[in-house]
Design a protein around this ligand. Structure first.
Ligand code: PMT
Length: 499
């Protein structure tokens, strides 16, 4: 058993734990427990201390074999992430911070990763410490910060080889031209470059440097070698440089872009739609009347975008054709932006062939017949101008009759009365396989405080197929999207099984 006082620890400036001060038997017990849990001794000791601080008094660790029964304390579960559903939650990232003005972005990166349940351990180069301090990095990682290859204490507790491998992904952010050059040439003369040479984990780098340095032939060569070696890149982005008033390609990607890339690289969820191509439409269309006016509707794009993202999450290659919306692009999708119904139709047809098409957009049924070249004038005393309308093409119906008809064609129906009856008529008329019907009337009782189904965050849908009608409960639009994506997977699996 390790008693609380048996672990001689000192919480220094960076909350370090001195394992070499422990007596041999305690150290052996800790070593075995760490090995069983796949952690470093230092990490194991830190978790034990955290348990003890929470009032356990003592933590039982068998000198050999399994942990003893009794008041033993299991390893502390990671704190509940503030933001759930991140594909890399529970994973461990070794963040290497090299020296550049963009080092300040690594602080935000640590915060964003931790609030998504990712454990972050940091290594800082000497140059990085000229820009930000180990104190601030350690405060955000809630862990020791590693800075020195020849630190006797660190080598004893963790060791640079273990440090390089005790993680799921190594992230270098920012990655300077100097560190990239070392990586490309296999140099290992400090802790960061040694860890990068010793790691057997995937590596992601976020280059950040002056545009002239990024476009220099030597850096281009190094970047090319690193890509060939399988190193993943995010950025650099084009824009203004923080330090010099210069602009060009060389800015470090924003912390959230790095977070998304990390999520992508560490996403181990099953991808049943891998190899399938899906077209999704979303949002309203804007039908011009004159250069400043248009016909539109209240669709926000929330439902269509959520469906696009849910399909991409399951591995589909998704082309989202979206009308004008003010919400962010869904993750993992190629987004094609359009204004009018005719433009949407062109882009949808250009995206064929597809295995799946989900037509969620609220396409305007009519447009103004002839767009006025000049702003239409209010002519005093003559009353309102007459607006002549003409019918827009029906994109869904066009796909239903297309020679490259998608294998599974799903339409939506926005109804205010006789929901099932009207939706069923659309299923037949437009030659769709399924229609997702939703009640968009103001008295549907759904999301009334947010403006209803069209524009709001919730939906209640019925799925009409040739076999019947499924009633789904009221859900968030993300839940509807995930259920629909899962329903699509099941359907395609059943079709494959019977083929
Ligand atoms: O965007 P949100 O605020 O999240 O709101 C979501 C939504 C209410 C817009 C969505 O859930 C929805 O119901 N979308 C379909 C809206 C619609 O135009 O319904 P409709 O019944 O008029 O059209 C039936 C189907 O034909 C739809 O798949 C539509 O995309 C398609 N259509 C309609 C007209 C047209 N000219 N071409 C089409 O392809």
């Amino acid at each position: 058993m390790i008693e609380i006082n048996a672990i001689k620890c000192h919480i220094g400036g960076m909350a370090s734990i001195t394992i070499r001060n422990l007596d041999e038997s305690t150290k052996q017990a800790l070593r075995e427990r760490a090995a069983r849990n796949g952690r470093s001794m230092e990490e194991e000791a830190r978790l034990l201390l955290a348990e003890l601080e929470q009032g356990a008094g003592s933590v039982e660790v068998a000198a050999s074999g399994r942990p003893q029964a009794g008041p033993a304390v299991a390893a502390r579960p990671s704190p509940e992430p503030a933001i759930s559903g991140f594909p890399a939650a529970g994973k461990r990232v070794l963040l290497i911070i090299s020296g550049g003005i963009a080092a300040y972005k690594s602080l935000d990166l640590i915060r964003r990763l931790r609030e998504r349940g990712v454990r972050v351990r940091a290594v800082m180069t000497a140059a990085a410490q000229q820009f930000i301090t180990p104190l601030s990095v350690g405060a955000l990682t809630a862990d020791k910060v590693f800075t020195d290859l020849f630190d006797r204490e660190d080598e004893h507790d963790v060791g640079h080889i273990r440090l390089a491998r005790d993680c799921d992904l190594v992230v270098v952010a920012p990655a300077t031209a100097d560190l990239m050059a070392k990586m490309a040439n296999g140099l290992a003369n400090d802790l960061a470059s040694t860890a990068l040479l010793a790691t057997n984990r995937p590596v992601l780098i976020a280059p950040a440097m002056n545009p002239a340095m990024w476009s220099h032939k030597a850096t281009r060569r190094n970047a090319e070698s690193l890509r060939r070696d399988g190193i993943h890149f995010i950025g650099p982005m084009a824009g203004e440089m923080a330090e010099s008033g210069e602009a060009g390609e060389g800015r470090m990607a924003e912390p959230m872009q790095v977070v998304e890339k990390i999520g992508e690289l560490l996403d181990t969820r099953p991808k049943p739609l891998k190899g399938k191509r899906a077209i999704v439409t979303s949002g309203p269309t804007h039908e011009p009347i004159d250069p400043v006016r248009y016909i539109a509707n209240r669709s926000s794009g929330k439902q269509g975008h959520a469906i696009a993202e849910a399909l991409a999450d399951l591995g589909a290659e998704v082309i989202l054709v979206s009308g004008p919306v003010s919400i962010p692009d869904p993750k993992g999708c190629e987004v094609v932006r359009v204004e009018s119904a005719r433009e949407m139709q062109r882009m949808v047809e250009a995206a064929l062939p597809a295995d799946i098409a989900v037509m969620v957009a609220a396409v305007a049924d009519w447009r103004s017949k002839g767009e006025a070249k000049e702003k239409m004038k209010k002519e005093g005393g003559k009353g309102p101008s007459h607006l002549e309308l003409t019918e827009n093409p029906d994109i869904l119906k066009g796909l239903g009759h297309h020679k490259q008809r998608p294998g599974l064609l799903i339409g939506f129906a926005a109804e205010t009365e006789k929901i099932v009856e009207h939706a069923r008529a659309k299923l037949e008329r437009k030659k769709a396989d399924w229609i997702v019907a939703n009640d968009v009337s103001p008295d549907s009782g759904i999301g009334t405080t947010e403006g209803g189904v069209m524009g709001g965050d919730r939906n209640r849908v019925r799925i009409l197929t040739r076999e019947g009608v499924e009633e789904w409960p009221e859900l968030t639009k993300q839940q509807v999207a995930r259920r629909l994506a899962a329903r699509i997977c099941d359907h395609l699996a059943a079709v494959t099984a019977t083929a």
